[in-house]
Design a protein around this ligand. Structure first.
Ligand code: SF4
Length: 467
């Protein structure tokens, strides 16, 4: 785990406060998420039995996770038998070191990259820059945030937090003297024209992997812009970085998950481009790399797999849980402080970035309304996982906090203690307006009024025959 993207020196509280005060950000989020939400609803309404499909997908992902080491071995063996090369990276440093080594060996100076959350996680761009390479992101949203020196704010739409004027502003840095019109079609045309030249000049292509299929040793990449096709098809050498959970045993499983991924992400039946690479270019093939490498990234996933929270590894990164989350919808992805945001990020980040204690507070970035669980196409019990993380955090709480909770449990566990404390609250009700001065309560009362206790306790009224 590189953790390089955890925003240094800021807390979740600082970041959410900044985001909620940013009217422009909230406008961009509202527009985009409404669009994704409608698309998903329409796509699911077209299905005869969306719940049946979801249950099937959940079962498939559970089967895969239960047999993950064997499926990964099969994928690696077949990929190598096809002529590809496999590297098992225990952590971010190993993955980056291996890819930088490939770049040095082939004398690469220019790298084109298709969007990859796994390489965001490892901080690959910075590592390649240190190895002397210039890296260009080729997904439009990803290119915009690269030019703006930002991290993705959404799993499938990295620049969702920017409106078209802000997108044009970022792209302007690549346009030089030419002034860009903030019309989305014109911006896309500018990106297409500029990036085409980058593919042709690139020595190395890097991509993520949506799903690896063990049956044939193949890697599947889906995009709506076709940039993965060019990233894989044009440069002489290609490296694909895959989180170790992103596999299926069979093509049948892959097909099911891809159809749910597209429907849940953008409301499409299938993404516009589905690229499959099973090895280097064969004799007679028109395009494709001479060398293909697969980096299988662990980076803390084995520990997650062995834990009671392993179901989070069933995630297929569709982003549906972000789109429906009332917290994400207000604050966007940067408030989460790391590459994965929304409910999936609130679970994954504390697990994968466990060496950063501040990551644990992300489990609180949820209202526990359950909308994310309902939206998840592979039925991950996100709410239960968030509660488990909160429980873990409570167990590690400071001694003063633990002593306070123990005293409270002790008092309310006995009738006399309960009676005395509720009576004391009723008598001291006037003090409720000073609650914000009490240590620990001040943060709670900042955004809401402290409840005022009743004048008399329920028991007093019961004894008086009033209830
Ligand atoms: S947790 Fe579920 S809904 Fe969220 S991104 Fe992963 S698969 Fe999609």
């Amino acid at each position: 785990m590189s953790g390089e993207h955890l925003l240094p020196g800021t807390t979740l509280r600082d970041r959410t406060a900044a985001a909620t005060g940013d009217v422009r950000l909230r406008g961009s989020l509202a527009r985009a998420l409404r669009h994704f939400g409608h698309g998903r609803e329409r796509a699911l309404a077209d299905l005869d039995d969306p719940d049946g499909l979801r249950h099937a997908a959940r079962a498939v992902r559970a089967d895969i996770l239960a047999d993950l080491p064997a499926i990964l071995e099969r994928l690696a063996d077949r990929f190598e038998a096809n002529g590809g090369q496999v590297f098992w990276a225990a952590d971010a440093a190993e993955a980056n070191g291996h890819i930088a080594g490939i770049a040095r060996r082939i004398g690469a100076r220019r790298v084109v990259k298709s969007k990859s959350m796994a390489s965001e996680e490892t901080g690959l761009n910075e590592a390649l820059a240190r190895a002397g390479c210039s890296v260009v992101e080729t997904d439009l949203g990803e290119w915009i945030i690269q030019l703006a020196h930002e991290t993705p704010s959404h799993i499938i739409a990295p620049a969702v937090h920017r409106d078209r004027y802000q997108a044009a502003e970022a792209l302007q840095t690549a346009a030089g003297d030419r002034t860009l019109d903030p019309d989305p079609a014109k911006l896309a045309a500018f990106a297409r024209e500029t990036l085409r030249a980058e593919y042709l000049r690139a020595d190395l292509g890097v991509s993520g992997v949506n799903l690896g299929v063990a049956e044939t040793g193949s890697l599947v990449l889906v995009t709506n812009e076709g940039n993965a096709s060019l990233t894989m098809g044009v440069p002489r050498v290609h490296v694909a970085v895959m989180g170790m959970e992103r596999v299926t045993a069979t093509w049948e499983q892959c097909e099911l998950l891809l159809s749910l991924l597209a429907r849940s992400a953008t409301g499409q039946q299938l993404s516009a481009y589905t690229d499959i690479v099973s090895g280097p270019r064969r004799a007679g093939e028109a395009d494709g790399p001479d060398e293909v490498h697969l980096v299988i990234l662990d980076n803390g996933r084995s520990d997650v797999l062995a834990s009671e929270l392993h179901e989070i590894l069933a995630c297929i990164r569709c982003g549906a849980c972000l789109n429906v989350c009332p917290v994400y919808r207000q604050v966007g992805g940067h408030a989460y402080g790391w590459v994965y945001s929304g409910p999936v990020g609130a679970v994954l980040t504390p697990l994968l970035a466990s060496e950063h204690p501040e990551a644990a507070e992300l489990a609180n970035a949820s209202t526990l309304c359950g909308a994310c669980m309902d939206a998840c196409p592979v039925g991950i019990p996100l709410q239960d996982l968030l509660l488990s993380l909160r429980r873990r955090r409570a167990e590690r709480a400071g001694s003063a906090e633990r002593a306070a909770w123990r005293a409270w449990a002790e008092a309310w566990g006995r009738p006399a203690g309960y009676r005395t404390s509720t009576r004391a609250l009723a008598r001291g009700r006037a003090a409720a307006r000073w609650a914000h001065l009490l240590p620990g309560l001040s943060r709670w009362t900042e955004g809401r009024a402290a409840p005022v206790p009743a004048r008399r306790t329920f028991r007093e009224r019961w004894d008086a025959g009033e209830v």
